[in-house]
Structures are given as C-alpha cells and as structure tokens.
Design a binder for this molecule. Structure first.
Ligand SMILES: [Ca+2]
Length: 334
C-alpha cells in the first residue's frame, strides 16, 4: 500500500529534503507538487522546486505554482534562514522542465477529485494559502481528502514570534480556514521538528551515501546549520518539513495525539498562535492532532534510505520536454 500525497511547499532547505523523501520512499506516491509564497517569493520557490526535481530525476509528476501572496497579509519571506534565493548554499541545476499551466489551487482540487475519496493526503510544508483557497473553491474536497498532514504551528513553541511558527504566522487566516474546515488535520509543529536535528552523526550518514542528491542535501544542511546557529542559536539545524512526510510514511516515527487546535487571528501579541487544548483527553471525534514525539534514529534512517533509493540519476529530466511530465501524470490519473 502506498500513500498518495500532494506536496504543497515553498522550497526552502527543509522543503527540498521533504521533496526528496517523498520521491525516494517507496511507500509514497507523489501525485503533484504545488508551490506557495513563503520562505521566498513564488517565482523563486517554484524555480527551486523544479531545480530540486531536476537533480533528483523526478519525472511524471506535475508541478504547479500557486498563491503569490497571503490572503490578507503582506508578503513576509524568510531570507534570514533560507537566503536570497530561498535555497542558498548548493549550486542548483537549471530546471529541465516547467511548471504546468494550471494554478496550484486548481491542480490540488483536480487531483483530489480524480482519486477515490479518502485516498489523497495533502502535505503542506509552507503557508496554508493554497490549501485554504482549495477548500473554499471546491468545498467538496474537504470530505474527500484523507488527511491534511502539515508542517507548521506548535503546541508550546514559536519561532516567528514567541508563540507563532512561521508557516502559520505568514498567513494566519488561511491557517484558520484549514484547521476549522472539518477534515482531519495533523499538525507537525515545532514541538516535534525541533527534535529532528541534523547533528554530526546524521551529517556523516548523509555524506556516506555519496551521490549527487546526497551531496546536495549536505550542502543545504551546511547553509541551514549556519543560519540556524546565527539566528536562533541552534547547535544543529532542525529539519522541519520532512517530518510531515515521515508521519505519512510511518506514524510510529512521528507520533501524534488528538487535541483541539484553533488558530489565533486577532491577538495583539499572539496572532498566528496554534492554540492547543491539552487540559484533558481530547473530546470524541476530535479532528485535529498534534505531533509531539519523534523517533530520531528511525526518522533519519528514512531520509538516508530515500537518498540511497534515489541514487545518482544519470540523466535527470533533461530530456523531458516541458509539459510532458504533466501529460504523463494526466494519463496516470485517467
Ligand atoms: Ca517550508
């Protein structure tokens, strides 16, 4: 059994690793990749996603660009963490293929509707603008999506502000829509991802893979480690986004508990906070969950195994003409 996912991302160092994990793990079937403004502008993160796909040899998966700004707020990028390109550090290949000529929100809706109800998991690893717009544009997808497993928020931790995590803080209204839509939401937040540190042992294991994509991840982590040390005082960088993919692969590696969670949109000091109610057992039918416990060893084994599986794509998508990937995916759906 594979898990069908749509990855909605803003690469982004950790988004890039999430994409590689989703591509390399045999238990994930990557249906589509969509991009959203976040760590950098939409143009930059979309180009980054296509470049990462090119170096990893990802073909037959449609990539689509989505929202270029949050619903209400001004754009707020994370150049302090991810650099001016959004993926500073390694050299990126020019994309070998283009994004499809479909808006990400439409591609998300089409992809969910093209598959059996309860089979498609949405995995947002950026701001929630695209996902909120999809839920508003086609409310029927809410009952068809298996789950939304998102990287964002936190029960007891913030990073953009003392209590708000970046992905939620940059578009809290979109996050509120997603958390309140009624579908099952798993919040893989900072409580969990701050355990996913890429320390020296992890770095050695990644380097030992010895392939182009593994070297790329190593260079990403060099840059990410430096900014996390300088900006937030971390000894080793927390690698957030692949934790959401890992939860979909194996929920015993990223363990979640049901609890009521709402998003603060009007706080004077708390806008973007994910307010989690831990006062007692979750009520019956609670649709929101928070991931709190990570199996660090097995998580990094997943990432390293995915890199081994990806290997060294000799002829990355270079020969695939633009839109051929989208065509192939359409045929798969049909
Ligand atoms: Ca991200």
């Amino acid at each position: 059994m594979t898990e069908k996912i749509v990855l909605d991302c803003d690469p982004g160092h950790d988004d890039a690793i999430a994409l590689l994990l989703a591509h390399g793990d045999p238990r994930i079937e990557l249906l589509a990749v969509t991009t959203v403004v976040g760590n950098q502008t939409l143009d930059k993160v979309t180009r980054n996603a296509l470049s990462v796909a090119t170096l990893a040899g990802i073909t037959g998966v449609p990539f689509a660009a989505g929202a270029d700004r949050p619903l209400l707020r001004e754009i707020a990028v994370a150049a302090d963490i991810h650099g001016e390109t959004g993926l500073d550090g390694p050299e990126l290949p020019a994309p070998a293929f283009a994004a499809v000529d479909t808006h990400a929100v439409d591609l998300i809706v089409e992809t969910v509707l093209a598959h059996e109800p309860g089979t498609v998991t949405l995995v947002p690893t950026g701001g929630l603008t695209n996902i909120a717009l999809a839920a508003r544009r086609a409310p029927e997808i809410v009952g068809r999506v298996k789950r939304v497993v998102l990287m964002g928020g936190g029960v007891a931790v913030g990073n953009r502000t003392p209590v708000a995590e970046f992905n939620i803080a940059i578009d809290p209204e979109a996050a509120a829509i997603v958390f309140e839509a009624g579908w099952e939401v798993v919040m893989v937040g900072l409580d969990l991802t701050h355990q996913a540190l890429a320390g020296p042992e992890v770095r050695r294991a990644i380097r030992a893979v010895g392939t182009g994509p593994a070297r790329f991840v190593d260079e990403l982590l060099d840059f990410f480690a430096a900014t996390y040390r300088d900006v937030q005082g971390f000894d080793a960088p927390p690698v957030h986004d692949p934790c959401a993919v890992a939860h979909v692969i194996d929920p015993t590696i990223v363990r979640a508990l049901p609890m009521p969670i709402v998003v603060e949109t009007a706080g004077r000091h708390t806008t973007g906070m994910t307010v989690a109610d831990r006062r007692g057992p979750a009520p019956q039918g609670c649709r929101t969950h928070a991931a709190l416990e990570l199996d660090h060893t097995r998580f990094w084994e997943l990432v390293v195994d995915a890199l081994r599986t990806i290997g060294d794509p000799a002829t990355p998508a270079a020969t695939v003409p633009a839109d051929a990937a989208a065509l192939a995916a359409t045929e798969q759906i049909a």
